[in-house]
Each structure stands twice: as C-alpha cells, then as structure tokens.
Design a protein around this ligand. Structure first.
Ligand code: EPZ
Length: 430
C-alpha cells in the first residue's frame, strides 16, 4: 500500500488538464452491455474504479480493451452471463449500474447488493422501485438483487428519496427504459452532467431520450442500439478539486478541459470566499486570495453544491477569517475527514449533519489516514498548505478517482512523494 509524503507551503502555479469523468465513464461503460458491435470510448480516465468495472464486465461476457492514451474498446462477446459477484461489486458500489442494462438486454440480472461505505448506508431502494415499475420481478436473495423480466413495459416513475433523486438510480432506470416497450416518463430524475452524458451516449446509439439535463426524462423505447464512438465529458469534481488547490495555496492555476457550467455552484462559492475565477472557453483560471472569507454551504443534488466537493471545502474553510458552516444534505455522515483535519490543527466541530468550521491561522503537517475518495483529496489539499510535512496513508482511496494526482500537483509546484507504506504491507495468508 502507498502513502503520500507532502512538504507543505508551496503556492501552486501553472496549468493542469483534468481527465475524463469517472462518474460518467462508469455508467457509460455499463451501457455498452446494450450495444451490438464494438464501442470505442475516448477520454476514459485510468482509475482503480474503472479497472474494477472492466473486470466485472469481463465476467459478464463483455470484452474491455484499453487502447493507447485514454481510449477504450468494449464489445459484447457472450450475452448469456448475468451474475455480478460480491467480491468485485463490494469493492466499487457503482457496479450496481450493470443491473439496468442486464435486465433490459438479457432479461435477467443477479447483482450483489453493493453495501455501504464510510460516507453512508448507500441504499438502492429507488433503483429497485424504478426497475419494478417496468414489470420486472425483483427479489433480494442472500445479498443479491435478482431481477427477471421477459420484456420491459414502459412506466411512469418518480425517483424521489429522502435525500433527493439518485444519480446511479437514474442511470439504471434510463438504461432499462431505452429498450422498454412504449414511452417511459422519469420524474425527479437526477440531472447531474454525468447522467446527461450517459443519455447523450444512449441517444448516439439510437435511443430516443428527451429532456436531457432536466429532472423529467421521456424515453421512447427502441428495439436495438448500435455500438458507436463517444468521448466522455471532463471530470468536474477533479476540476473543482484543483480550483480549491489554487484557493487554499493562494496560487494561480489554469484548469484545462474544464466545463465551467458544470461547476456553477462551486464557482459561485469560491467567488463568495474571495477567490477570482476567470471562465474561458474550455478552461478556468483560478487565483487565490490573502483573506479567505467564511461562508455557509449546503450540499444538494445538481445543480446545487455537490456533495463530492464538501470535504475539499472543509480544508479550504479551515483557514477562513471567521466561522463557516457546511451542511451535508446528501450524505449526512460524510465527515470522516473532519477528525483528520483537526489533527492538522483545524478547528471543526460536527453538529448533526453540519460541520462548524472555526477558521485558524495555519494548519500543521501531521500523519493522517485517508478514509474515502474525496476525504483523501481534502487531506492532500490541507497537506499542500500546512506548515511542515504531512504523511497520508491508504492513498489507494485517492487512486480510485484521481488519475496521476501527485504528478499533476507536482507539475504545479507541489512537493508530493508517493512511497511504499511498509507498516501497511498486507501479508498474504499462506
Ligand atoms: C453518485 O453516487 C456518485 N457516484 C457519488 O460520487 C456522488 O456522491 C453521488 O452520486 C451524489 O451526487 C457515481 O456516480 C459513481 P445517489 P450514487 O444514488 O448514485 C440516497 C464520488 O466521490 N439514495 O445519487 O450512489 C443515498 O443514500 C462518489 O465520486 C436512496 O435513498 O448516489 C444518498 O443519500 C461518492 N435510495 C442520496 O440518495 C436509493 O435507491 C444520493 O445518492 C439511492 C440513493
């Protein structure tokens, strides 16, 4: 297992190009189960989560071939397989995205329940509710969701849960609806850019989806979908993470391959904090400020402030000139980073689903543990600005969602070393 050793104090300057979106690539890869022929996906990030889904697709008779640079070739070889095993699904929750396409194309699916993770319980009741509406017979047996349907009939589905809509739930329902008989209406659909990208991909394959980017999707079922070439959108959360890096180090970073309109809420908050954000055609320049103003933030489904940027803003607001409050309305328990930031000198108190952040003058380097993807990013951001050295263990969490993260940061002037963590070498049982 690797760890990061970070020498703090650098003000980051220069340009960085963000990779393709993890959360768009994953459902789009799953959607290739629906295609006849060879799909070519471009701008697919090289990440641990992408590898896991590639392995799951392989076991489902779908060949996934990495091409040079960021391209990927996907083709269905054997469509008789319908089981996604626990040992792989439990490693990556988003694997649940194979449920909808398997049911639609192969009329049967047996997918392990993904289980929870440190950010929350992660239920899939809305996925099941939506797929059942098509007339599928769905049961939960021994930790697996088992779904069967001779054919799927269109339905009117409302996807509203206690915390708003569901991103991968909308993806699953969409991938089932495109081959269902008749016209399906999905109300309160998630409208994250990643869902819109999936819908764009499905329409290029021959699907008939209207309302893309809105909370109401109309899907006229078709008989078949063809394989196409498609380029994945840039990763808005990676872009947002680099924006915060510029802000927290009082630096000046140009983020290339960045779609500013995917980050409206984040840019709005950075400007409220006093950070300069110059939007350009395919990039954003972010310039830090000497005085970080405290703000109030509530995370919400898109286009609200993204929960995937909450931890990064905790790091930034730890150094604000005053008291900030961040309320987590999507994953109320998503605060594993708070204790680790406090070890670095931050003054954050968790109050129910909020973090009350009393700004401090400086953070100090310490040994900290990464717990999940975005919490790891928050700890890297804190390490960049902390006085002295920070050591972050279990950085495999960050490798799940950020491609070559230390290379990208070091090109901007950071001093991050990736080292083997001898204390955490797992000894294989003989
Ligand atoms: C997606 O997860 C993202 N992952 C997450 O990003 C992101 O944090 C999340 O959406 C919210 O934006 C991928 O796209 C692969 P949800 P997903 O279903 O789809 C509740 C990252 O860091 N809910 O939209 O699993 C749920 O508990 C990851 O890249 C139900 O109640 O999230 C949560 O409170 C972390 N019932 C809220 O809805 C359901 O059936 C949003 O969950 C489904 C969800």
């Amino acid at each position: 297992m690797d760890k990061f050793v970070i020498a703090g104090g650098a003000r980051l300057k220069g340009a960085v190009r963000v990779s393709g979106s993890k959360n768009a690539a994953l459902p789009i890869m799953a959607a290739c189960i629906l295609a006849q022929g060879k799909t070519v996906l471009k701008n697919v990030p090289r990440l641990f989560d992408i590898e896991i889904l590639s392995e799951i697709l392989g076991k489902l008779g779908v060949s996934v071939k990495r091409l040079p640079n960021s391209d990927m070739e996907i083709q269905v070889i054997d469509d008789s397989k319908c089981v996604a095993d626990y040992d792989l699904v439990s490693k990556m929750r988003a694997s649940i995205c194979v449920l909808g396409p398997l049911l639609a194309k192969r009329h049967e699916a047996k997918v392990s329940l993904p289980g929870g993770c440190v950010i929350g319980v992660r239920p899939i009741d809305l996925h099941i509710k939506g797929l059942s509406a098509f007339g599928a017979n769905i049961t939960v047996e021994h930790g697996y969701v088992v779904a069967r349907a001779k054919k799927l009939k269109s339905a009117e589905i409302y996807l509203g849960g206690m915390f708003g809509s569901t991103v991968t739930g909308t993806a699953n329902i969409l991938m089932a609806a495109v081959l269902a008989e008749g016209t399906t209406i999905i109300e309160n659909a998630a409208c994250e850019p990643e869902v819109a990208d999936l819908a764009g991909f499905l329409n290029k394959m021959g699907a008939k989806i209207k309302g893309i980017g809105t909370h109401k999707l109309l899907v006229k079922g078709v008989r078949r979908l063809k394989a196409v070439t498609y380029s994945i959108i840039p990763d808005r959360i990676e872009a947002g993470t680099f924006m915060v890096a510029a802000a927290v180090t009082n630096g000046n970073i140009t983020i290339e391959n960045c779609i500013a309109e995917h980050l409206t809420a984040v840019i709005d908050k950075l400007r409220e904090i006093g950070v300069t954000v110059n939007k350009k055609k395919n990039s954003c320049q972010v310039i830090g400020t000497d005085r970080i103003k405290p703000v109030y933030i509530s995370t919400l489904p898109y286009p609200g402030f993204p929960t995937d940027m909450q931890a990064q803003f905790c790091s930034l607001l730890s150094l604000a000139d005053g008291i900030s409050v961040i309320t987590e309305r999507v994953y109320p328990d998503r605060f594993m980073h708070v204790a680790e930031l406090n070890r670095m000198g931050a003054n954050i108190k968790k109050e129910g689903e909020s973090a009350v952040i009393v700004g401090v003058k400086k953070l100090s380097g310490a040994q900290v543990i990464a717990s999940d993807l975005r919490a790891s990013a928050a700890l890297v951001l804190a390490g960049l600005v902390a006085e002295g050295q920070t050591e972050i263990t279990r950085v495999y969490h960050i490798d799940r969602g950020y491609e070559k993260i230390e290379e990208k940061f070091n090109k901007l002037g950071a001093r991050i070393q990736r080292k083997l963590d001898k204390k955490l070498i797992v000894v294989e049982e003989k």
